[in-house]
Design a protein around this ligand. Structure first.
Ligand SMILES: Cc1cc2nc3c(=O)[nH]c(=O)nc-3n(C[C@H](O)[C@H](O)[C@H](O)COP(=O)(O)OP(=O)(O)OC[C@H]3O[C@@H](n4cnc5c(N)ncnc54)[C@H](O)[C@@H]3O)c2cc1C
Length: 432
């Protein structure tokens, strides 16, 4: 090769390298790759080990007991998996993938116990997303308690008449200037860890006329008078995770418990009242950030059911051959693997976009949660079919996985609401 040709070749290579994401020059984001780094692999292995060794063996028992599995939470706290340090480490990964990877592994172990461990993170996400640095430092560690005495936290947005329609929230927060306290009144429904939590994060309206733009998030510190658990919900699935109403009766919290602080709230409300766009809406902001994470939990359930069904189909014989030799079974398993992998890619894309500050132009967060939730329901139902009669019994885990999966088309925005968000984003039309 002549010198000139060598220079041209080198230039071409450098242009291609740049087009492919460059070599990480300052100012560029991390280059696109699906290859996990060593930290991600280590965390995946660590969480998987816990899911396999501690969570799975306990899954059936806590599903039947329908109680919070405190001993398992304690085990998770002891190894540092249930801790604000671990969650901080998952959050801080600059690619955004560590949090979904850890969730997938944990929920592969069991979704009910997984939610008992991860339910706290919704409240943490609200404090992290909307709190001041001082508020984060004060409240996030309290959400977890200590390794010896772990605590849980709850995020309370939904109400009996405000589920999909968050703007209908009736819980009010009124500022008492004389005492510098907020007085909160209302009833929250469906709160994961509601009433058993040390820290509750409550979404309340400070100005009902403004709908969801008049909402704010408040921390209710441990032991605050007027914050009580209401009825505990008996559920179809996720039964190891506690869900309950929360009653707020003249519940007084210090002014400093308003996430983000009063000055920021007053500025935001003034903008809204002037007809300008509010920069954020308290509940919606939390949901948007957490959707891919919730999607990854659904993928963990779907993968567990798929793996179980695959092994079963290799071992179970009918008509003198393993049932997997029938295309009807093998193709179903092929489709399960395909759909789970496709859903995971959507989750990873949304997690990466969220972490690297990309705009969700086409509601990619909603897409990821919608796809993952529907794949989990479908794949777990197919797993029951592959196991036949056994699949329908509590002697085999796919029945529980199917019950657990169903919630993923309902909470954190139902499938219909995700489709609404996506269709509005892609069309610019206010689809109803
Ligand atoms: C196990 C569990 C845990 C939960 N944990 C929490 C929690 O920790 N914190 C919290 O705040 N909430 C929590 N929730 C509440 C959950 O987020 C709500 O159940 C969910 O948002 C749906 O609200 P809803 O149940 O009132 O249903 P509804 O809003 O009444 O919806 C009923 C049906 O109508 C459809 N629908 C409604 N509006 C439209 C529309 N505009 N277009 C098309 N279809 C529509 C829905 O998609 C759904 O199919 C939890 C719920 C459960 C079951």
């Amino acid at each position: 090769m002549s010198d000139q040709a060598a220079v041209a070749e080198a230039e071409k290579e450098s242009v291609m390298a740049e087009a492919a994401g460059g070599d990480g020059a300052p100012g560029e984001g991390p280059k696109f790759t699906l290859e996990l780094n060593q930290d991600q692999k280590d965390i995946r292995e660590w969480v998987h080990g816990f899911a396999e060794g501690v969570v799975r063996p306990a899954a059936s028992e806590w599903d039947e007991r329908e109680e919070t599995p405190w001993p398992v939470i304690q085990e998770a706290a002891k190894i540092g998996l249930y801790s604000f340090e671990a969650l901080g480490q998952f959050f801080s990964d600059e690619t955004g993938l560590t949090l979904p990877i850890a969730n997938e592994e944990l929920f592969w172990g069991d979704a009910g116990i997984g939610m008992a461990i991860m339910g706290t993170s919704l409240a943490v996400a609200a404090i992290f997303g909307q709190g001041t640095p001082e508020q984060m430092g004060e409240w996030i560690p309290q959400c977890f308690g200590s390794a010896d005495e772990p605590k849980v936290a709850a995020f309370c947005a939904s109400e009996p008449d405000a589920g999909s329609d968050v703007s209908a929230i009736r819980t009010t927060a009124k500022y008492d200037e004389a005492s510098d306290e907020w007085v909160i009144n209302g009833q929250k429904a469906w709160a994961t860890n509601g009433g058993i939590a040390d820290v509750h994060v409550v979404i309340a309206s400070v100005d009902r006329e403004l709908g969801s733009r008049g909402h704010a998030a408040f921390v209710i510190p441990p032991g605050t008078k007027g914050c009580e658990q209401g009825a505990k919900v008996k559920k179809h699935g996720l039964r190891a995770s506690h869900t309950a109403d929360v009653h707020l009766d003249d519940c007084r919290v210090p002014g400093a418990c308003l996430l983000g602080g009063k000055e920021k709230l007053d500025e935001r409300l003034a903008r809204v009242r002037e007809g300008k766009k509010a920069k954020s809406q308290a509940a919606m902001q939390t949901f948007e950030a957490s959707r891919p994470t919730v999607g990854s939990q659904a993928i963990g359930i779907a993968r567990a059911a798929y793996e179980y069904a695959l092994e079963y189909a290799k071992e179970r014989s009918q008509f003198g051959r393993p049932i997997i030799e029938n295309q009807a079974i093998a193709f179903t398993l092929a489709d399960m693997k395909l759909e789970i992998d496709a859903a995971r890619l959507l989750v990873w894309r949304a997690a990466w976009m969220g972490r690297t500050g990309q705009k969700f132009e086409n509601a990619e967060g909603s897409m990821s949660k919608l796809k993952a939730g529907e794949v989990a329901v479908w794949a777990t139902e197919r797993a029951i079919q592959i196991l036949g009669g056994n699949g329908y019994t509590r002697e085999f885990p796919v029945e529980r996985m199917h019950r657990d999966a169903k919630i993923y088309t309902i909470f954190e925005g139902t499938s219909e609401i995700q489709r609404l968000v996506i269709s509005r984003a892609i069309s610019g039309v206010h689809v109803k």
